[in-house]
Design a protein around this ligand. Sequence first.
Ligand SMILES: C[C@](O)(CO)[C@H](O)COP(=O)(O)OP(=O)(O)OC[C@H]1O[C@@H](n2ccc(N)nc2=O)[C@H](O)[C@@H]1O
Ligand SMILES: Nc1ncnc2c1ncn2[C@@H]1O[C@H](COP(=O)(O)OP(=O)(O)OP(=O)(O)O)[C@@H](O)[C@H]1O
Length: 280
Amino acid sequence: MSSSAAWPAPAKLNLCLHINGRRPDGYHELQTLFQFVDFADQLHFDITDDGVIALTPAIPGVAHDDNLIVRAARRLQAHTGTHKGARIHLDKRLPMGGGLGGGSSDAATTLVALNHLWNTGVDEDTLADLGLALGADVPVFVRGRAAMADGVGEKLRPVNVEEPWYLVVVPDVEVSTAEVFGHPDLTRDSAKITALETQPERWHNDCQKVVCEAYPQVAKALSWLVEYAPSKMTGTGSCVFGRFDQQQQAQAALEQLPAEWQGFVARGCNLSPLQAKLGQ
Ligand SMILES: C[C@](O)(CO)[C@H](O)COP(=O)(O)OP(=O)(O)OC[C@H]1O[C@@H](n2ccc(N)nc2=O)[C@H](O)[C@@H]1O
Ligand SMILES: Nc1ncnc2c1ncn2[C@@H]1O[C@H](COP(=O)(O)OP(=O)(O)OP(=O)(O)O)[C@@H](O)[C@H]1O
């Protein structure tokens, strides 16, 4: 594997997000099912001997040293003591703040790729732990297997679910995760369900109602999409996704997408494109 090859940082969808309660520290007990899609940011790494981490191009509004890619690379350097560095190029394709986990995925791909390219030999459990400090969703991207998450999202169990096609619609609005979880009208009483991954008819997103009420653009995108396919919001929004059996059905719906929204068609994957590349 050459160092300048592209490393994918795929999006995730939360196929369901059930809120089961609120802990005294304010965090929420939840059950959520993560699946990856084959639509991804692309990262390129050139390895150096100077220890410097340099990322281009900059993401507007995110300082270089705050970028999760740079933070992930430095975390791996600190953990391993390596003197190697990297010039990293990011081809950003995933919308930000849409519940697709792009920043978390970029961080995970950086950990996995640099561990490989630097030959630092850190095992997957440790990489997932290093990632957790960068964001709650980084471990699932490091492991790269569709998973049911429990607890406050930290307990992960790999699952296999159907791999349909999705049309993801990106409303022109960013939703604050903290605002959604703090909303007084958020329902927090979904029952814990064992083997939820085998019961797709019970999958729902408890955050969807409050987000649709607070952000009419999300409600509008969802009302448009449900005319084509069973649809839900991912995470705390703002993106919504419809489920299709055939790629061409999803593509045909995309062609009707009103100009005010962005959208893309992608395949659900139980093995992330990142893990698929590592296994090649
Ligand atoms: C729920 C998910 O959207 C599912 O993908 C993610 O796990 C959230 O991940 P994230 O955006 O990285 O969120 P974090 O930065 O960990 O948390 C943002 C805020 O969401 C709230 N939060 C998050 C997770 C959780 N189990 N309970 C919460 O109440 C907290 O107010 C927290 O301050
Ligand atoms: N490499 C990066 N890519 C995207 N965002 C980054 C990156 N590094 C830092 N950030 C910051 O992280 C924030 C969240 O970005 P991200 O794309 O992960 O949101 P999201 O898709 O809503 O994630 P989630 O599903 O966890 O809510 C951005 O608004 C940005 O300020």
